[in-house]
Ligand binder design. Structure first.
Ligand code: GLC
Length: 446
């Protein structure tokens, strides 16, 4: 009986690897890769950019699926995509001024259109638009010049290619899709990834998305994966081409072998407000990254006015850092290549905040007080930064029993009255020193 149980456990483990898609076997990260991971963990803040021909329709990057636009009709979009006002340097400077240290941009999204000069097909910005120039190349050059690292978002799923077959759960009502060959699709992706990792200098990471499209869905929950993504070969290819390049995959699962960071979409690590959050038990040991939109959309959305306030953005970043995670904050540029003013304004404010308080975020790790709506904490050696997200002049930190040397206000280093007892730590902040965004208390330990 026990023997049978053992066999079934082994079988289950085996099946679960199969279900996730096998990763890069016996992967051990190169020294360069570990160095990028270390850099990644310290920088804490990056810019996500969702840009494609979909921006013309001003209805987000899922517009092809959401409006069931046929292949024929969608193919008209590139013919009038002409972002003459695009200025790579300006984007990079904007990110830099916001205190961001890296940019992750969509190289090809679910619509299958490549925003770079690919030779794998002609459905790309150079061959298919009046603009005719490779925007990723321009961005890569500007990033390298300005010391900003570059990641490429790369969609695994494709609503345009016939070879993306079997089709996934999405894009099912797009007419004009035909049956093709999965193996061709895998080699197409390999060709494109080789291009992305050969023609654009050092790339800090590849950000995969779309894995979930191939999971069977019974209306209530996901079942097993219906395809083999060949992650073993794809991840190896990437690491062979550029050993320092980090691999992350937005599959919402525990990391698969060969991945170098773990990402969370619109949810803090371990939270699940979206319905697809990764459970806390699936958080691994890799560097973490949370991505979030600056309004409610990834790709440009003309009608989306739910721009997050400076306070919401700062709080989200502080909480992410309190989880030991980066924040990858998204903008969706307009079809002319400009970023909307509201978003540029928000990024400016973030930059100002980071210049004043970045010390409490960059190169920190998760602090001893787990993030809540009221507070979050980060830590650098013997210094704890307690971020108070609510306007309270008396703060009680439950169960805080570390040996304190000093308690000060971060801003002006004034000493704060505090008491510690068996239940925790009570700190008093003069009312006029409360910061409406985030009152930071600096606690040094003995
Ligand atoms: C989701 C969406 C996609 C977006 C991504 C960003 O996976 O499908 O459109 O790019 O989230 O996290």
């Amino acid at each position: 009986m026990r023997y049978i149980m053992k066999i079934s456990v082994v079988l289950l483990l085996f099946l679960s690897t199969l279900a996730h898609g096998q990763g890069q076997k016996d992967y051990s990260p190169s020294p360069e890769n570990l160095e990028t991971r270390h850099w990644f963990q310290e920088v804490r803040f990056g810019l996500f950019i969702h840009w494609g021909v979909y921006s013309i329709l001003g209805d987000g990057e899922w517009v092809m699926n959401n409006q069931n636009i046929s292949i024929d009709a969608y193919e008209k979009l590139p013919t009038f995509f002409n972002p003459v006002a695009f200025d790579a340097e300006e984007w990079v400077k904007m990110a830099k001024d916001a205190g961001m240290k890296y940019i992750t941009i969509t190289s090809r999204h679910h619509d299958g259109f490549s925003m770079f000069d690919t030779k794998a097909n002609s459905y790309d910005i150079v061959d298919g638009t009046p603009y005719g120039k490779d925007v990723l190349k321009q961005l890569a050059d500007a990033c390298h010049k300005e010391g900003i690292k570059l990641f490429f978002y790369y969609s695994l799923l494709d609503w345009h290619s016939d070879d993306y077959y079997p089709r996934g759960r999405t894009g099912t009502n797009i007419s004009g899709r035909n049956a093709g060959d999965w193996d061709n699709y895998i080699s197409f992706m390999k060709t494109q990834l080789t291009e992305l990792l050969t023609n654009y200098g050092d790339i800090a990471g590849i950000w995969f998305d779309g894995h979930w499209d191939q999971k069977e869905w019974d209306g209530k929950k996901f079942g097993k994966l219906q395809v083999d993504w060949h992650y073993d070969e794809i991840y190896k290819l990437i690491h062979d081409l550029q050993p320092q390049c980090l691999i992350g995959n937005n599959h919402h699962l525990a990391p698969i072998e060969g991945e170098d960071f773990q990402m969370f979409e619109k949810d803090l690590p371990g939270k699940n407000t979206t319905g697809f959050g990764t459970p806390a038990s699936d958080i691994g040991q890799l560097p973490l990254e949370v991505c979030e939109t600056i309004n409610g959309s990834w790709g440009f959305n003309l009608q989306d006015r739910s721009h997050k306030s400076e306070k919401e953005l700062v709080h989200y970043m502080v909480k992410a850092a309190g989880h030991g995670s980066n924040l990858l904050l998204n903008v969706g540029p307009m079809p002319n290549g400009k970023i909307q003013e509201e978003h540029k304004e928000s990024l400016k404010k973030m930059g100002q905040w980071m210049r004043e308080n970045g010390e409490t975020i960059y190169a920190t790790s998760a602090g001893p007080v787990p993030p809540t709506e009221e507070m979050a904490s980060t830590q650098k050696e013997k210094t704890i930064y307690l971020h108070l997200l609510e306007q309270d002049d008396k703060v009680f930190v439950k169960d805080f029993d570390l040996n304190i040397k000093t308690v000060k206000l971060y801003k002006d280093k004034s000493t704060l009255v505090h008491q510690k007892n068996g239940f925790g730590l009570l700190v008093q902040i003069p009312k006029d020193k409360l910061d409406p965004l985030d009152t930071i208390i600096e606690i040094t330990l003995k």
